[in-house]
Design a protein around this ligand. Structure first.
Ligand SMILES: Cc1cc2nc3c(=O)[nH]c(=O)nc-3n(C[C@H](O)[C@H](O)[C@H](O)COP(=O)(O)OP(=O)(O)OC[C@H]3O[C@@H](n4cnc5c(N)ncnc54)[C@H](O)[C@@H]3O)c2cc1C
Length: 465
């Protein structure tokens, strides 16, 4: 097989000369695990996989590829759901997994320099002893890499209050596709010049290879408490979200699950969720002890006013972790009963949390996440992504497809458009929802039976109008 101007065997031999034999994979069996990322519906065996461990080696890989016009796709941990790390048949898959060191921790300036292959959670674990942590916490944080987080502008539970990846990094060391090394940003806030850091963040590996990241660290809050509220109506839970935000309270985390998601998560994790509730809302408040105590009382009163049938405050940190563990496991939890899943997501303004509630009636399970998650670069308390899982390969799935087309069109019209590329958008085609034609750009994909969730396409580009 040939790519660009060079035969595969010759390319492999070139790489082996400076990477060593074990860091260049060209055997079909060795390449197999790299044929997809978390978007398992799309698979492609790469021409070669390389696993460099120094920046100089990455530079040499890029120069060789540039000289021979061989495309390069970067890969971190491969948990991405957008197919960003999907290989190309004639391209090299550049795996950054060996870049897994925390290079330095600066407690005075609350920063850490880390290599791109470091796992998200490993950063917080490494600085825990200093009373610090790294705030963005995608549900995949035990596995996903910080390099992948930057490339996807990943978000998570705590992003409502503390921002997405783009708000929690200061500088990047990157290599351009011909191997030139650049420093983007600075070790302090507000670097001079264009904001290339924001441009690189969320660029899905298309602009440069990230080889070092300076992350911001935050002091661990003195106290964090989580409330669990049950509702007998999803719309009422959505209204409560809007009320909390309107009250001027920015929780550290605010997420909602419908009954199907609650039951699946409860079976999976035994988090103590009320399985008869139509929806539950988890609301985490953090800060200093006295402030949190006041806020908990205020939110509890507000939830009751919104007709919560039950309001519980986690007794201790263990129960708090358990409440969130259920939510974080919700997608894997809905996986086992069905052969495959469709994961459908979109953004809508806070009042739309209730409006979007209609979707759950058709779905296998719905989750609403306040705070932007990875759908948008903006963190806005009024923009709430929701995710609905639907069984695939069944009559219900086929029905869901046509329903989702109609619903998407309406939902998107009322939504705040995301300002740029998102982790969740389709690589196939994107079309503005204002088009009068049916959104044929939406693709629905059937997942591999092993997967817990699968790809979907949802429009994410700003409307040109
Ligand atoms: C169960 C589950 C839960 C998830 N929960 C969340 C969530 O809560 N929030 C969220 O935002 N996402 C979530 N994700 C998606 C995914 O974990 C994130 O997008 C994560 O940032 C991907 O990191 P990764 O290391 O796996 O990157 P990969 O999947 O390997 O790559 C992702 C993209 O980054 C690029 N890339 C990777 N490393 C580099 C590098 N060093 N330089 C340049 N480009 C690079 C790749 O080319 C690709 O485009 C979840 C995924 C799963 C499976």
């Amino acid at each position: 097989m040939t790519s660009g101007t060079i035969h595969r065997n010759a390319l492999a031999a070139k790489f082996r000369s400076f990477l060593g034999a074990e860091s260049v994979l060209d055997d079909a069996e060795e390449l197999k695990p790299y044929e997809c990322d978390g978007l398992t519906a799309y698979r492609q065996t790469p021409l070669l996989v390389v696993l460099p461990e120094t920046i100089e080696q990455v530079q040499r890989v890029l120069r060789v590829c540039s000289d021979h016009q061989v495309p390069v796709v970067a890969r971190g941990a491969g948990t991405g759901l957008s197919g960003g790390a999907l290989p190309l048949a004639d391209g090299v898959l550049l795996v950054l997994a060996k870049f897994n060191s925390i290079l330095s921790v600066d407690t005075a300036n609350r920063t850490a320099r880390v290599q791109p292959g470091v796992r998200n959670l490993a950063i917080s674990e490494a600085v825990d002893a200093y009373g610090l942590y790294y705030a963005p916490d995608p549900s995949s944080q035990i596995a996903c890499s910080i390099g992948g987080n930057v490339a996807e502008n990943a978000g998570g539970l705590h992003c409502l209050k503390y921002g997405l990846t783009v708000h929690n990094i200061l500088a990047l060391e990157v290599l351009t596709m011909d191997g030139e090394r650049l420093t983007i940003g600075a070790q302090s806030l507000d670097a001079a010049g264009y904001d290339l850091l924001a441009l690189l963040t969320g660029s899905e590996g298309l602009l440069a290879i990230i080889v070092e990241i300076t992350v911001r660290l935050l002091p661990k809050p003195e106290c964090a408490r989580v409330l669990l509220a049950a509702f007998d109506d999803v719309g009422a839970a959505g209204t409560a979200v809007g009320r909390i935000i309107a009250e001027g309270i920015i929780p550290a985390g605010l997420e909602m699950m419908d009954n199907a998601a609650v039951r699946a998560a409860e079976d999976f994790v035994h988090a103590g969720y009320p399985t008869d509730a139509a929806a539950i809302l988890l609301c985490e408040l953090d800060g200093i002890d006295s402030e949190v105590a006041d806020r908990v009382a205020q939110v509890a009163a507000l939830l009751e006013d919104c007709h919560a049938t039950e309001v519980r405050v986690a007794r201790d940190d263990e129960e708090r972790a358990l409440f969130w563990a259920g939510r974080k496991a919700a997608f894997p939890a809905v996986g086992p009963p069905v052969p495959g899943l469709l994961l459908h997501g979109w953004h809508h303004p806070a009042p739309g949390a209730a409006q979007g509630s209609d979707a759950y009636r058709r779905a296998l399970g719905g989750i609403w996440i306040a705070g932007g998650q990875c759908l948008s670069r903006r963190v806005t308390a009024t923009s709430i992504p929701s995710f609905f899982t639907m069984p695939t390969g069944t009559a219900r799935w086929r029905e869901s497809k046509s329903w989702a087309r109609r619903f998407w069109s309406c939902a998107w019209r009322s939504a705040a458009p995301s300002p740029g590329s998102t982790a969740w958008e389709s690589r196939k085609s994107i079309r503005c929802a204002h088009s009068s034609r049916p959104p044929s750009s939406i693709t629905f994909t059937r997942s591999n039976p092993r997967s817990t969730c699968t790809g979907f396409s949802t429009p994410a580009r700003p409307c040109p109008r």
